[in-house]
Design a protein around this ligand. Structure first.
Ligand code: AMP
Ligand code: MG
Length: 349
């Protein structure tokens, strides 16, 4: 199949292109589209055959449920058993935006879309192209991140093309994703509501609206002994092809340790990489060094992380050391993704 890649701009939304993309979805095809978090691989959420195609294109296990994207609050009641008060509050505060809510599903949503579950994950993205596309597609677009399973989520259209060329009908190129990490997922079917994946909408922000909100114990630890509640979180995700290790500790000790390992790696004829910050990058002797930005700027790290992981793959880097990004708020989302990319390999120095 030929994949048609079209540039589409927020300021000059080409209505004919959006109609064409919408028709592809309504006739059972797949279209990748930009959102503020990462690019999504969209299909008709109400069509079981479309969801099966998404799993196939991604090479994703079919027990890993998809997020249903909507564009208008009026379309929500049809796909859930009832709209919980908690969902109304959070939608008022954070939709459209990078928040996914889990609710009991209605019969309209096929189990193929929810990976066999009786619950459905729903998000209303804020990206203007995404909203127009969802409306043109009939209002319900099932979309996981538009990467092949196990690859970092794509933050620009060329990364989608790397993974999906020839597998899907169309890619809408809306430029770089403004946030760069996937949405926060909160489960509203349990009491208290529980965060299954950290993101830009932080636990603190959710607590301000709902009172008590918990975090799934598996988010930051490999050895919690619990199964993650978001089925997707159990897979090794976001993984670069090289071996990635996170190094934690006082700044000078981290630099020394990493430089020692890099030297060893190069002696073993391995291509080496480092993930650092603007403050420290000059101190490293790696073949490929990348900064995520200023240490205090967690949003920049979120935006750049997946691009950097893909660049290491493109450069054939075999051994990667990363500084650690501990902190509150968005840093937690960055660290959660980095830990998954590293398969939880962390060294304390
Ligand atoms: P992605 O679409 O690639 O951002 O991944 C979607 C994430 O949402 C995966 O980790 C899924 O396991 C999770 N998810 C989707 N639907 C549900 C659901 N009904 N219950 C729990 N987690 C879900
Ligand atoms: Mg994904």
């Amino acid at each position: 199949m030929d994949t048609k890649v079209v540039r589409i701009d927020e300021s000059h939304k080409d209505e004919a292109l959006l109609r064409e993309a919408g028709e592809i979805i309504q006739s059972g095809g797949l279209v990748a589209f930009p959102t503020e978090t990462v690019y999504g691989l969209g299909g008709d959420a109400l069509n079981p055959a479309s969801s099966r195609k998404i799993y196939e294109a991604k090479g994703r296990p079919s027990d890993n449920p998809l997020i249903v994207h909507i564009a208008d609050m009026e379309t929500l009641p049809a796909i859930v058993k009832s709209v919980p008060e908690t969902a109304k509050k959070l939608a008022d505060a954070f939709w459209p935006g990078p928040l996914t809510m889990i609710m009991e599903k209605s019969d309209l949503v096929p189990k193929e879309t929810t990976g066999g579950l009786d619950t459905v994950a729903v998000r209303m993205p804020s990206d203007a192209v995404a909203l127009s596309f969802i409306r043109a597609a009939g209002g319900y677009v099932a979309a996981p991140s538009a990467n092949r399973s196990g690859r970092p989520s794509p933050t620009r259209a060329s990364y989608v093309a790397q993974d999906m060329e020839g597998r899907i009908e169309m890619i809408l190129d809306g430029g770089d994703a403004t946030l760069g990490l996937e949405s926060t997922i909160v489960d509203l079917t349990v009491e208290p509501p529980t965060i299954l994946r950290p993101g830009f909408i932080t636990g603190e922000m959710l607590r301000q609206k709902l009172g008590r909100v918990e975090e799934d114990g598996t988010l930051f630890r490999a050895d919690s002994g619990q199964a993650p509640k978001a089925p997707g979180m159990k897979y090794r995700h976001y993984a670069p092809e090289g071996e990635l290790v996170i190094v934690k500790g006082a700044a000078a000790a981290v630099t020394d340790y990493i430089n020692g390992r890099l030297l060893e790696g190069r002696r073993g004829h391995k291509k080496t990489g480092v993930i650092a910050t603007d403050e420290t990058i000059a101190a490293y002797g790696a073949d490929v060094s990348r900064s995520v930005g200023k240490r205090a700027d967690a949003a920049a790290a979120a935006k750049g992380l997946y691009r950097i992981l893909r660049e290491f793959d493109d450069e054939g880097v075999e051994l990667i050391y990363s500084e650690s990004f501990d902190g509150e708020g968005i840093s937690q989302a960055v660290m959660n993704r980095l830990l998954k990319a590293a398969g939880h390999r962390v060294i304390d120095v």
